[in-house]
Design a protein around this ligand. Structure first.
Ligand SMILES: Cc1cc2nc3c(=O)[nH]c(=O)nc-3n(C[C@H](O)[C@H](O)[C@H](O)COP(=O)(O)OP(=O)(O)OC[C@H]3O[C@@H](n4cnc5c(N)ncnc54)[C@H](O)[C@@H]3O)c2cc1C
Length: 416
């Protein structure tokens, strides 16, 4: 079923009785050409691009819960490509370009909204770092505008410019950045992959990875063994646990990240704003709630819930930036498990085991990467070699020293 204005009007006239389920609920086959473990954004996008770009349709996505139950449905929906380092910038810009055409491509309204992402700076050295980043982006043809204090005031007059502990000096704006409705990304990719014949198997946890003579042969699951010539792992926060089933120890730690949403208010925040004197960011959803978050909880965990100290920390940063949020009520908060790599950048690569591929290490920035990650991971699986866009995201870079340390924080996941 193709979605269009005609189909919506037709359904309305028929009392909306003929809508079809958005994807099938297939019984797992005995074997597939490829299995993707993890029905989050990256796993579903990978399956879609495997089918669309590489004509591989005898494939399955195996998800332990329901599709979109992980970080793809828990994030704060921000997309941008304002990166500095060579390994990152072209990859994230490719992702932003795919976002720009995604809804037409998958025939699904993902509410892609390029409302602008503004990173505030509060010191001369931070301004210089942002100027350098903006210049690096512009040299690659990516949009970036360095705003002074008055430029920021025009966009966000309600920020605390005058009495703040960390006075705002300006900001780096990427106008093409913005937000996308996160669940719709999971559902849209799932529907588009299903339409191309991909089996989406929910409530099917992978409990083992079978290897014979150094080659992967399939996965053990709670619904039995499923054979596969190739297996791609896209398990985000659970990457280390699943990779351990194949005897791999990953350079990844799992940490909790929380997010918050307030009661709905009239349009207030036009884009996305990040506070430069701490770790706080905020935007407004289309329903009116302010969506915001801060840093990691700061301890290793596989629990999808957070703790109170970060709630307090995030509230303090919100008040430091825009004191009027103190009048709002928070209606929901939640946590997700982040796959924090040692240099803050992802891994999209083959593993030492033939036929086993890894997509992991997204830290708290993997949502914006979803389209490019799926595109590159599909290429890597289908061709058995990385695409040039993910050539730097190698698993062995932690051994060879070719790190992509965007933040310059060193091998300390909790600071990335
Ligand atoms: C609070 C929060 C805010 C964030 N904000 C942003 C943001 O604004 N912008 C941004 O770019 N990124 C953001 N992120 C990060 C982003 O959400 C993640 O990096 C990204 O979603 C991870 O990829 P995914 O969608 O494939 O993960 P997931 O949706 O977590 O998918 C992994 C899937 O693997 C499944 N799985 C795990 N183990 C198994 C198993 N054994 N068998 C079968 N299936 C298994 C899980 O159930 C899960 O569904 C945020 C994350 C959080 C938690």
């Amino acid at each position: 079923m193709r979605y269009s204005i005609v189909s919506i009007l037709g359904q309305a006239l028929r009392g909306n009785r003929d809508w079809k389920p958005v994807w099938r609920e297939p019984t797992p086959k005995a074997a597939y050409d490829a299995i993707i473990v993890g029905g989050g954004g990256h796993g579903l996008a990978t399956a879609y691009y495997l089918a669309k770009n590489h004509n591989l349709t005898n494939i399955a996505v195996v998800e332990k819960s329901h599709l979109g139950s992980g970080n793809v449905g828990r994030n704060t929906t921000i997309i941008r490509s304002n990166y500095l380092l060579p390994g990152n910038t072209p990859f994230y810009e490719h992702s932003l370009k795919l976002w720009e055409g995604l809804e037409q491509d998958i025939n699904y309204n993902a509410m892609v909204s390029q409302r602008g992402v503004l990173n505030l700076y509060h010191s001369d050295s931070q301004r210089d770092a942002y100027a350098r980043r903006g210049n690096a982006m512009r040299l690659l043809g990516i949009d970036a505008d360095l705003l002074d204090r008055e430029g920021v005031r025009k966009l966000y007059p309600f920020l605390d410019f005058d009495n703040a502990r960390f006075p705002i000096q300006g900001g780096l704006l990427q106008k093409r950045g913005g937000s996308v409705r996160h669940d719709a990304v999971a559902w849209g990719y799932a529907r588009a992959a299903d339409q191309r014949g991909v089996d989406l198997i929910q409530n099917c946890e992978v409990t083992g990875i079978r290897i014979d003579g150094g080659r992967v042969t399939g996965v053990d699951t709670t619904r039995g063994f499923i054979g596969a010539k190739k297996v791609g792992l896209a398990c985000a926060g659970n990457s280390s646990r699943v990779a351990a089933m194949a005897g791999l120890k990953l350079p990844i730690e799992s940490h909790v990240l929380q997010a918050f949403v307030s009661e709905g208010v009239k349009p207030l925040i036009p884009g996305v704003v990040t506070f430069g004197a701490g770790h706080f960011y905020i935007s407004q959803s289309n329903k009116g709630g302010l969506v915001f978050g801060g840093g990691l909880d700061g301890y290793n965990s596989y629990a999808q819930r957070g703790n109170l100290p970060i709630v307090e920390d995030v509230a303090e940063e919100a008040m430091a930036l825009m004191p009027m949020v103190g009048r709002l009520r928070v209606v929901r908060s939640w946590g997700g498990i982040m796959d924090m790599s040692m240099d803050g950048s992802p891994i999209i690569d083959k593993t030492p085991i033939d036929g086993l591929y890894l997509n992991a290490g997204w830290c708290y920035g993997g949502f914006k990467a979803t389209p490019a990650s799926g595109f590159c991971f599909a290429h890597t699986i289908a061709r058995n070699e990385p695409h040039k866009l993910n050539a730097a995201y190698r698993l062995d870079r932690f051994r060879t020293g070719r790190l992509i340390d965007e933040k310059g924080a060193g091998a300390q996941p909790n600071l990335q």
